[in-house]
Structures are given as C-alpha cells and as structure tokens.
Design a protein around this ligand. Structure first.
Ligand code: ATP
Ligand code: MG
Length: 241
C-alpha cells in the first residue's frame, strides 16, 4: 500500500529531518511512529501525504508515484486522509460545511450527496448533533472527532494521524482514541504518530522508533516493548512509560 524507499528530507540545506528512511506498509496494516521530539516523525508523515517534497528517495502509494506538484493529482491523493494535532478546521464554517467542502470541490459530489455522507460519518464519531455548530463552540475532543469525520468523508484507503490527541485535555484523549481504535478495526491502513505508548502498543501491527531522522527499528509491539536490545529505545520507553 505504501512503499517508502531511502526517503531523505533536509530543511534549509542543513537540518536532516529525515535520513534514508525506508518502510513498506501493507494494506490494512497499522504502523505507529514513536521517538523523541525532532526525530522526523511528522516530516515522514507529511512526505507521505505530499505536504512536503522529499529531496531523495521514493514514495509509492498503491504502486504509483504521485506527482505532488500537479493539481490534477489532488484527486489521487484523496486515497489518504490526514488528521493533524491542531484539527485544522475552518472556523468560519459550520462542522457540516467543513465536512462537505472537499467532497463537493474535489470529488465532484452534489451538495445533497456530500451532506448525507457527512452525516453518516458524524454519526460514526458521535457528532451528529453538532453538524450545524461552528468549531469555536466545540471542545478539543469534539473538534478532533469532527476532523476525523472530515477525513473519512473523502473515503480514504489510508489514514495518517499526527499526534491526534496531544493537544487535548486528558479526559478528551479517550474519546478520540476510541474513535481511532474503531476505524482501525475496520481495516483502514493507518500510520499514526503518537506519544500514547499504551495505545500504540495495543493497536499497532508494528511500531517504528525514529531518532535523528532515521528509522532505528520497526517491529511488533511485543518486540519493541519487551525484546529490543537497542539501548536508545529502552531508555526512551523507560522515560515515557
Ligand atoms: N518546515 C521546516 N523548516 C525547517 N525545519 C523543519 C521544518 N519542519 C521540521 N523541521 C526540522 O526537522 C526536524 C524533524 O522535525 P519533525 O517535526 O519531523 O519532528 P517530530 O519527530 O515530528 O517532532 P515532535 O515530536 O516534536 O513533533 C526538526 O529538527 C525540525 O526542527
Ligand atoms: Mg511532530
């Protein structure tokens, strides 16, 4: 589903955000990326999503290299949904309008079709009663659930989450993790950057540990948490668990 080979990304020709990162992700697989701040986790996700242009290496989505510069490829990129730490909802639009915008403008759906789809997904995340609210009236957890529903409206085959719960108050983390857990159980290919170690351990097929832009190890949760011989990973987990 996602084939990343020797991906490198440098900022301002000196910061090596990602260095020689390779990872092959199968359909339906759930991969968590963990590691210290600045290790390149978000940059990898942003490259997969086409929000950053890699300097080197190759990313194939379903066997195809997406031309990120071409506006025509915008539709191809809709196989991927991206959920950000800070929700990125448009504050001047209702929840419903946030959800129907891309299906209408990118997928060419009718307003009615898009609204039906939006209501389906709002129900799924427990937000149907907030369809006509503006984001400013929602809690952080509700905003994030709306943002997840917005991604689902594009009917993606791949979901990318970048710290979806780290901007939330502790009591709202659970409701968002529950929504993500449910999506994953339906077989959506998922890459998630998270600091919720217990969650990563529970939901992941594999966990990748990044440091200095490199993927140090990528293996089953059991291996990463209990068997790895890598001292850096052990130290990291000891600190965060
Ligand atoms: N747009 C940018 N311009 C310049 N440097 C950047 C940019 N984006 C990321 N970097 C740098 O690239 C490196 C990797 O950043 P990245 O955001 O991918 O790390 P991260 O693992 O997601 O960290 P965190 O856990 O804090 O979110 C860091 O040194 C960061 O400062
Ligand atoms: Mg990040």
């Amino acid at each position: 589903m996602i084939n990343i080979t020797s991906l490198s990304k440098t900022f301002n020709s000196k910061v090596h955000a990602v260095a020689d990162f390779s990872l092959h992700i199968n359909k339906g697989e759930v991969i968590s990326l963990i590691g210290p701040s600045g290790s390149g986790k978000s940059t990898v996700l942003r490259c997969i999503a086409g929000l950053e242009q890699p300097d080197k290496g190759q990313i194939l989505i379903k066997g195809k290299e997406i031309n990120y510069k071409s506006p025509a490829s915008q539709k191809e990129r809709t196989v991927m949904g991206f959920v950000f730490q800070h929700f990125n909802l448009f504050n001047n639009m209702t929840v419903l309008d946030n959800l129907t915008l891309a299906p209408i403008n990118v997928l060419g759906k009718s307003k009615q079709e898009a609204e039906e789809l939006a209501m389906t997904y709002l129900k799924r995340v427990g937000m149907a009663d907030k369809a006509n609210e503006y984001p400013a009236k929602l809690s952080g957890g509700q905003k994030q659930r709306a943002a997840i529903a917005r991604s689902l409206c594009m009917q993606p085959e791949i979901m990318l989450f970048d710290e979806p719960t780290s901007a939330l108050d502790p009591e709202m983390v659970k409701e968002v993790l529950n929504v993500i857990r449910e999506l994953i159980s339906e077989g959506l290919t998922t890459v998630i950057v998270t600091h919720e170690m217990n969650f990563a351990r529970e939901i992941s097929d594999r966990i990748g540990f990044m440091e200095n832009g490199q993927l140090i190890e990528c293996n089953t949760p059991e291996y990463i948490f209990n068997q790895t011989q890598n001292q850096r990973i052990r130290d990291f987990l000891e600190k965060v668990l």
